[in-house]
Design a protein around this ligand. Structure first.
Ligand code: BG6
Length: 488
């Protein structure tokens, strides 16, 4: 990794992602003095704009979406880095203006916070004005495609001008502290490393629940659905980190090789096993956190015939030596009772009961990794209740070993995922970015499920907003005498 100056060129600098996430994250990096003093930030959009107006716009957005009160010293430093370039991204000729803003002697980082449909145009435009060489890094936002075929088209368009070593595909979950902590937990602690397989683990649950609905994005969401919006990327990335073999080192390809092997080992879900392995739902009107909310089909701009899923539960099987017979249950949905993401590892029950009839069904140990909010790690254990009894028998009680990040790391701020990822791009470290073969393998698995749903012609099951999804989602686990972990 190198801490060197770069020209950070932000395409789509006036768009939602830049305003809400990318510019506030750059500001936080500035505040932490993690941006090289000579780095510049070049905002690019298609509107004509004076630099001073752009600076005012960035300031407004930082106050709106970042720290309410900006640190003057930090802002002065950041302001000094800002440039603005007006580029019509579909017009190859208009890219030459960038020559006035970037220094060919330095690394150029091009962040494409634009619709993927114009990634190809941007790469062609950059190539046309001859400011790119093999040191340029290009950052791509999701969604990369709508299915395997369309993702290949986008990847090909970019690959025409950039080598895989130059491409940084974002999955913002890989920048979350607690997702990164999965690697630390597994490989820095022998207590977990040695118990992490089918001998000790009964099953794994990965839940990413959101209380929000569609948030004014009906058009985008209806085309994508929860499968493309959340499972193809975020949930499969979490699953890969939980299930992968130990990489030899933490370098980019060692980790990505191992994640890819997990994705390749996922048992295909198709028409033959779709109804046993998946549940899809769509929310109806209800109450979330005490507030009345409309159903998916009543949201603004809705097509009332839509069959797009807003909830999914999947029983995924990984056909390899480590995970044979250990299902990974995935669950994600909009308009659930609260926002909570967690991984729960259910260990196997004890083989023999020493504690008499009242403890016939000793509950299994659980390792709960709370990804967000209230980040932390919790282990449930059985404990002797202190005290004496007339029968001399032992009373047991379920207890928790609880590591709460807000208590254990009270002095440390948890950075936003984008802060981490922007820093990694500037350092030139690809480990937290998704390689082309991972994306394409994930699409292969997801496409088969989408295809099977389509041919079954079944509508999604309704569930009331403010609940944990359709009843069948409970059945998916109940069939094997299991149940979803009840989040707090
Ligand atoms: C995005 C999805 O990738 O992730 C959104 O497009 C979703 O629909 C969001 O709300 C969730 O991210 P986070 O960081 O809030 O869990």
């Amino acid at each position: 990794n190198s801490y060197e100056p770069c020209d950070f060129v932000l395409f789509g600098t006036l768009g939602d992602l830049s305003r809400r996430k990318l510019l506030p994250s750059l500001y936080q990096l500035e505040k932490a003095k993690l941006i090289h003093p000579d780095t510049t930030i070049v905002g690019v959009a298609r509107h004509e704009m004076e630099l001073e107006d752009y600076i005012a716009e960035v300031h407004t957005n930082l106050v709106k979406f970042g720290d309410k009160e900006l640190c003057e010293e930090t802002w002065e430093r950041m302001k000094g880095r800002l440039h603005y370039a007006c580029v019509d991204m579909k017009d190859i000729g208009s890219y030459c203006v960038l020559e006035d803003h970037v220094d060919p002697a330095r690394t150029m980082v091009c962040y494409l916070a634009t619709p993927p449909s114009i990634y190809g145009d941007i790469c062609r435009g950059l190539h046309g004005c001859k400011i790119i060489d093999s040191s340029v890094r290009v950052v791509l936002e999701k969604p990369i495609g709508h299915d395997l075929e369309s993702s290949k088209v986008i990847n090909e368009q970019v690959a025409e001008y950039f080598d895989e070593k130059q491409i940084y595909r974002i999955d913002h979950y890989l920048g979350k502290e607690t997702v990164l902590n999965l690697v630390a937990l597994r490989f820095a602690n022998s207590i977990f490393a040695t118990n992490w397989d089918h001998n000790c683990i009964d099953h794994v649950q990965i839940s990413v629940a959101e209380s929000v609905g569609i948030e004014g994005r009906w058009g985008y969401f209806d085309d994508a659905g929860q499968m493309r919006d959340m499972v193809q990327n975020h949930l499969l990335q979490i699953l890969s980190l939980v299930a992968m073999e130990p990489p030899t080192t933490l370098d980019a390809d060692s980790i990505r090789d191992e994640k890819l092997k997990v994705l390749k080992a996922l048992r295909p879900i198709n028409s033959s096993n779709i109804s046993d392995s998946t549940v899809r739902g769509q929310y109806t009107a209800g109450f979330v956190k005490g507030e009345e909310v409309p159903g998916y089909l009543e949201e603004e701009g809705a097509n009332t015939q839509s069959r797009t899923e807003t909830f999914i539960a999947i029983k995924a099987e990984i056909d390899n030596w480590r995970w044979a017979g250990v299902p990974f249950y995935l669950r994600t949905g909009k308009r659930m009772p609260s926002k909570v993401s967690e991984v729960v590892i259910y260990f196997k029950r004890q083989p023999h009961n020493l504690f008499g009839d009242s403890f016939k069904n000793l509950p299994p140990n659980k390792l709960v990794i709370r990804l967000q909010p209230d980040e932390g790690v919790e282990i449930t254990v059985m404990n002797k209740v202190p005290g004496l009894t007339s029968s001399g028998s032992m009373d047991l009680q379920k207890s928790k070993l609880n590591l709460s990040f807000s208590e254990a790391f009270a002095d440390d701020r948890i950075p936003d995922a984008y802060e981490k990822l922007l820093l990694e791009v500037m350092l030139g470290n690809q480990a937290l970015f998704v390689r082309r073969d991972e994306i394409e393998q994930a699409w292969t698995w997801v496409d088969s499920i989408l295809e099977a749903w389509k041919s079954s012609n079944e509508p999604p099951e309704p569930y009331q907003a403010g609940t944990w999804g359709p009843v069948d989602s409970i059945g998916l686990l109940a069939r094997a005498n299991r149940s979803w972990y009840e989040s707090k």
